[in-house]
Design a protein around this ligand. Structure first.
Ligand code: ADP
Ligand code: MG
Length: 254
């Protein structure tokens, strides 16, 4: 059971002689197998929240737990996909994916076999021998996803993974995510600026405002989701309004 629980979490950063309160008593329970998206303007604490699950940062107050264990450091049970694919340029796609398995699989050929299989699952069966410079941005991001999934993580963390991709490739990536979610159902926390993307992919969508989860919306639609349906558009409007309300109350200091 890998659920993710935030219990009254505080996180502050020092910026010069100033303190920034990035998370203020943030509470959240993401259930096993959920795909939970975080929306909200820049600076509302989305990346901070993700980094706390990853174990890159530690809370100043409250608790973060995954799979009933408090998070204290990064671990192979939590995999991260960043906005820019951080592949090693001197390794092939296969070896980039196989790398993370060095701690868990002794045999090099077994690691490479697992990597090849994982690449096929993300649609890169024919690109295993390519180097990053021989791949498009979308392909590189697929390798990044394969590298995360091959670890069989309990939690998958994705921070605006498709923000740098053009809209056509982005749609392909969204379809990939929907398929992977159907097949694997890895508990996922996904940060995006796109309300449409969040509503396409997620079981629930959280709106961040000023370091707190201002609201959470269930997304009750079956896949494949129709972004042109009245229900979809109504929920899109509701979520957009909620984001705008957070911006307004922050401006007026409420
Ligand atoms: P988001 O991902 O929603 O844009 P972040 O979590 O990155 O928000 O940032 C929340 C706040 O914390 C912002 O005010 C940001 O400037 C600040 N912040 C984030 N990371 C650091 C850091 N490493 N050092 C100092 N301030 C930080
Ligand atoms: Mg961010």
């Amino acid at each position: 059971m890998t659920d993710v629980i935030f219990d009254d979490v505080d996180k502050r950063y020092r910026q010069g002689d100033r303190q920034v309160h990035a998370l203020r008593g943030c509470s959240l329970h993401i259930r096993q197998g959920e795909f939970f998206s975080l929306l909200g303007p820049s600076g509302t604490g989305k990346t901070t929240l993700l980094n706390l699950v990853a174990g890159f940062e530690t809370p100043d107050g409250g608790r973060v737990t995954t799979g009933a264990r408090p998070v204290t450091r990064p671990g192979r049970d939590r995999a991260v996909v960043f906005q820019a694919p951080t592949l090693l340029p001197w390794l092939t796609a296969r070896d980039n994916v196989a790398q993370g398995l060095r701690g868990s699989i002794r045999s090099r050929s077994a690691r490479r076999a697992a990597a090849t299989e994982q690449l096929a699952e993300v649609g890169l069966a024919d690109a295993a021998a390519r180097h990053p410079y021989q791949m498009s941005g979308g392909m590189q991001q697929r390798v990044g996803i394969a590298r995360a999934l091959v670890m069989n993580p309990g939690v998958l963390l994705m921070d605006e993974p498709f923000a740098a991709l053009d809209s056509y490739v982005r749609k392909e990536m969204q379809q990939l995510i929907v398929r992977l979610q159907r097949e694997r159902a890895v508990t996922t926390v996904f940060v995006t600026h796109s309300v449409e993307e969040a509503l396409l992919l997620s079981t629930r969508v959280g709106v961040m405002a000023a370091g707190r989860l201002a609201d959470v919306f269930e997304v009750p639609f079956e896949h494949p989701r129709d972004v042109t349906s009245p229900e979809f558009n109504e929920l899109r409007r509701t979520v957009l309004d909620r984001i705008a309300a957070g911006v307004r109350s922050e401006r007026s200091g409420v």
